[in-house]
Design a protein around this ligand. Structure first.
Ligand code: ZN
Ligand code: ZN
Length: 412
């Protein structure tokens, strides 16, 4: 049994535009057990940390990552040996944790082995929420073959370095979704639009048939979970919502009418602006093929314009980064980018309180009795300066996951 009290904690979690009054946070066996004024146990019991010089935040949640993306060239990533990809993913995840992200939702690639390794403490990594492999049709967003190659890709499901599998037909998508859920997926991810990082699918391409989309939603709902879609354009988004999708990834090209529908139906959206920003500037240098670089500019500009609409409509947004390969160090850049369009409080909430809703896990995302003791100390107030959450955790002297300090500066 371990007992730890954090005294004088002024909490910033996105629920208010000012830090809370100082409170005591009591942590026992990896969870918060009491949060409030005068909650500290009688003196001498357990360890005490004084947070008077810092701001305390819940551990951050990134709702859209690919921990197995060791390069932006996803066709090449697919071919890499799984053993090497696993070790490289561990390094990528450790860096995410050191940026203050104590939970990440993987949108394609990570398997139950990585999740288990994190849960067991075999590697220092964020908690992982996974879909296994994303599902894509032939010629869709995880089909990296291009026009002159019809080689078999049934092996995609067995390699750690692939983001997705290629499936066709109602029976095919049904079976693959069931297989991913059997293998430990927490939800199902469908590539329901074209994309940037793949060779033969223009953005706005209506991939999969309505029958295929409905079949996969039925499977997910039967398992008590949901389908999230890689989606950009209005037509693809509305079709996916008609079929029962409950979460939109990216959503860059949404019209005002679609934003209104999304708000009304309570669908979650995870914008991932930082990836287009970095891809536009550095994508080619990081191995993104030229046909992908050419697709970026429209989605980049539209995605930023969409943020204000989503915010004004009251849509619940999750924080998402979606970076690949050498671009991973920009993971926290989404805070600053979004902060140019929407209030800091709401940007923060997308990585804490709202993120917990988006990833459907009420054991994370808030400093509240009963939840996992995931928290960070910040050297300054991120409500005044979101850049305090960037620079690879340089302004986070304490990063705690499940009551265990994963980073602790000597001053604390
Ligand atoms: Zn995507
Ligand atoms: Zn993605």
């Amino acid at each position: 049994m371990s007992l730890l009290t954090i005294k004088n904690a002024r909490i910033v979690d996105g629920s208010s535009d000012a830090p809370s009054d100082p409170v005591d946070i009591v942590i026992e066996n990896g969870r918060f057990v009491a949060v409030g004024a005068n909650e500290a146990p009688a003196s001498g019991a357990g360890e005490t940390i004084d947070a008077a010089h810092y701001i305390v935040m819940p551990g951050l949640i990134d709702c859209h990552v690919h921990v197995i993306a060791t390069t932006a060239n996803l066709g090449l990533n697919a071919e890499l040996p799984s053993s090497w990809v696993a070790l490289k993913s561990a390094e990528i995840m450790k860096s995410m944790l050191m940026r203050g992200f104590t939970t990440v939702r993987d949108l394609g690639g990570a398997d139950v082995g990585l999740k288990r390794a994190s849960d067991e403490g075999l590697i220092d990594a964020p908690r992982l929420i996974i879909c296994g492999k994303a599902l894509s049709q032939t010629g869709g967003h995880t089909d990296y073959r291009g026009p002159y190659n019809n080689r078999d890709v049934s092996w995609y499901g067995d390699r750690l370095g692939t983001l997705g599998r290629v499936v066709d037909g109602v029976d095919g998508i049904r079976r693959m979704a069931r297989e991913e859920l059997k293998n430990g997926a927490d939800y199902v991810k469908v590539m329901a639009d074209g994309g940037v990082s793949s060779p033969s699918d223009p953005v706005g391409y209506l991939v999969f048939s309505v029958d295929e989309l409905k079949a996969v939603v039925e499977v997910a709902k039967g398992f008590g979970t949901y389908v999230s879609g890689h989606l950009y354009d209005d037509r693809a988004i509305n079709r996916a919502l008609d079929c029962g999708f409950e979460c939109i990834e990216h959503g860059n090209n949404m019209s005002a009418a679609t934003v209104k529908r999304v708000a009304k139906e309570g669908v979650f959206v995870v914008p991932t602006n930082i990836t287009y920003d970095v891809l536009a500037k550095e994508g080619a240098a990081f191995g993104l093929p030229p046909e992908s670089v050419a697709k970026i500019e429209d989605v980049r500009a539209n995605g930023l314009a969409c943020l204000t609409m989503l915010h004004e409509a009251g849509v619940t947004m999750g924080y998402g980064s979606d970076l690949l390969g050498g671009m991973h160090p920009h993971q926290s850049g989404e805070f600053v980018l979004r902060g140019r369009y929407i209030p800091a409080k709401d940007v923060i909430r997308s990585a804490t309180l709202d993120a917990s809703k988006v990833v459907r896990n009420d054991e994370i995302g808030a400093i509240e009795a009963g939840r996992f003791a995931d928290l960070i100390f910040v050297d300054g107030n991120p409500l005044d300066d979101l850049a305090l959450l960037t620079e690879q955790g340089a302004h986070m002297p304490l990063i705690m996951k499940g009551g265990v300090a994963k980073k602790r500066a000597s001053a604390i």
